[in-house]
Design a protein around this ligand. Structure first.
Ligand SMILES: Cc1ncc(COP(=O)(O)O)c(C=O)c1O
Length: 457
């Protein structure tokens, strides 16, 4: 395979861009910290990797024992511009020296307004827009629902099978998967309904418009269009397994929503900011959502989220109805402005596409000869491999877990996902040098080859 120039250009990698194991994984210092964690941190807060990080940049994370790991996870799709991106670090330092917090609702500042202007400019559609800033993806989703309800005067909200929208009460209700996100945490918010989604690998290849009509029929019969404030959907369903709905599913839904006065919310918390090779995943099918929720990649690792949408919808909320103490914190806004500059000017959409091509090509080749690879899908630097038991086509979560665990011990950070837990997902920083990416996916591919086939398959 010919490898293009390393992708990382923004200020040059501060850390050697190499996989380097100087201890077993985890090393002794990580093991010590894991013991302290067991005694100090609530057991419900899980960790994927057995190592503790000290620094990260480009395509690597360095742990407390001096191991340098290949990062194929970006802290769950956050560090698209690279960890500790030099421009982001400078912006954070400069802002932190001036003021760390005044509360935008008390004494406003320019950074918040500038981030809102940038989001209004970058999100799909040429219409007049407004933005409001928050802290987490879940908080953005909660506020998008508040805005849709205020605008329509209706209460019901529809989310989809395999959806993930967060862990707060309303977003747990919107999220589909019970374990670990919902189990034991009810009762959940009311007036949330679920519709089927287009999942080409598992719905027999139903066309996008047909799958949308099935969803619309469910909504019309079980909720009623005139009761519905909003439908919310991830353009690529992230935690649910990087499910790319068949072409025409999202456009048909968006058209139906518009015709029925229903607010169409695109949850781009995971897919936004160049991750899929476009600034927003809605752009792949030229969808213009009424409201867009963003977070994760927006601020180079600082906690910031937003709702951006049609001015008349955003402005439907009474004064003081939106906000929060920390929402749009000035340091996070400074980081976001630097990150957005990098997304726009460092070729990161192109980088995402190259990354996607490399991963897809490799695993599609493997799928040709290994029937345990049921599907390879995704867009840009958001690619997943779904594992199945060849004899039955059932999801094989154990295989995904074994492959991931083996990659971890060899110094590759890789995540699983999927409603059935049988998906390995690749979300590298868009700044990863391609040689390092290839080394990382080679290790995952070898782990798959070496993972014993399940009995009977
Ligand atoms: C699509 C989507 N929406 C919402 C969230 C929740 O974001 P946060 O964890 O920042 O609350 C996530 C997080 O993974 C997500 O992927």
């Amino acid at each position: 395979m010919t490898i293009a120039e390393p992708v990382y250009t923004a200020g040059g990698p501060a850390l050697p861009q190499e996989r380097r194991l100087v201890t077993s994984i985890p090393g002794p210092r990580s093991a010590e910290l894991a013991a302290r964690k067991r005694d100090a941190v609530a057991a419900g807060v899980g960790t994927t990797m057995p190592v503790y990080a000290t620094s990260a940049g480009g395509g690597v994370v360095v742990d407390v024992d001096g191991n340098s790991l290949i990062d194929l996870g970006s802290g769950i799709a956050v560090t698209g511009v690279g960890n500790a991106h030099p421009g982001v670090v400078k912006a954070i330092a400069e802002q932190a020296e001036r003021a760390t917090h005044t509360c935008f609702m008390v004494t406003p500042y320019e950074g918040y307004v500038a981030v809102a202007e940038a989001l209004n400019r970058l999100t799909p559609g040429e219409h007049a827009k407004r933005s409001a800033l928050f802290n987490s993806g879940a908080e953005a989703v909660e506020n998008a629902v508040k805005i849709a309800r205020a605008h329509t005067g209706r209460q019901a909200v529809v989310a989809f099978d395999h959806a993930y929208h967060g862990r707060t009460n309303l977003t747990m209700a919107l999220t589909a998967k019970s374990m670990p996100y919902k189990k034991g945490f009810g009762p959940f918010a009311s007036e949330v309904y679920r519709a089927p989604v287009s999942y080409p690998f598992r719905d027999g290849g139903m066309s996008g418009p047909d799958a949308a009509r099935a969803a619309i029929s469910r909504i019309e019969t079980q909720v009623g269009a005139d009761q519905l404030a909003a439908i919310i959907i991830e353009p690529i369903l992230g935690e649910g397994g990087f499910i790319v709905p068949a072409e025409g599913f999202l456009t048909t839904l968006a058209r139906w929503a518009r015709e029925n006065g229903v607010v169409f919310i695109a949850d781009e918390v995971q897919t936004g900011f160049a991750r899929t090779g476009r600034m927003f995943a809605s752009e792949h099918e030229a969808i213009v959502p009424d409201l867009v929720t963003t977070a994760k990649g927006i601020a180079g690792g600082m906690p910031l989220s937003a709702v951006t949408g049609r001015a008349e919808m955003m402005d439907a909320v009474h004064g003081g109805g939106l906000g929060g103490t920390y929402g749009g914190n000035p340091v996070a806004c400074a980081a976001a402005l630097a990150a957005i500059d990098a997304f726009e000017n460092d070729g990161l959409c192109e980088a995402a596409e190259r990354i996607g091509e490399v991963i897809t090509r490799r695993f599609s080749e493997i799928a040709g000869s290994d029937p345990r690879v049921g599907d390879v899908r995704g867009r840009g630097a958001m690619i997943a491999v779904e594992f199945v038991k060849p004899s039955t086509g059932e999801p094989d979560a154990a295989l995904a877990a074994r492959v991931a665990a083996s990659a971890h011990t060899q110094g590759v950070i890789v995540l699983t996902c999927g409603t059935f837990g049988n998906v390995i997902r690749f979300l590298p920083p868009l700044t990863i040098p391609l040689e390092l990416l290839v080394e990382g996916i080679d290790i995952v591919a070898t782990a798959l080859r070496d993972a014993a086939h399940d009995a009977g398959t």
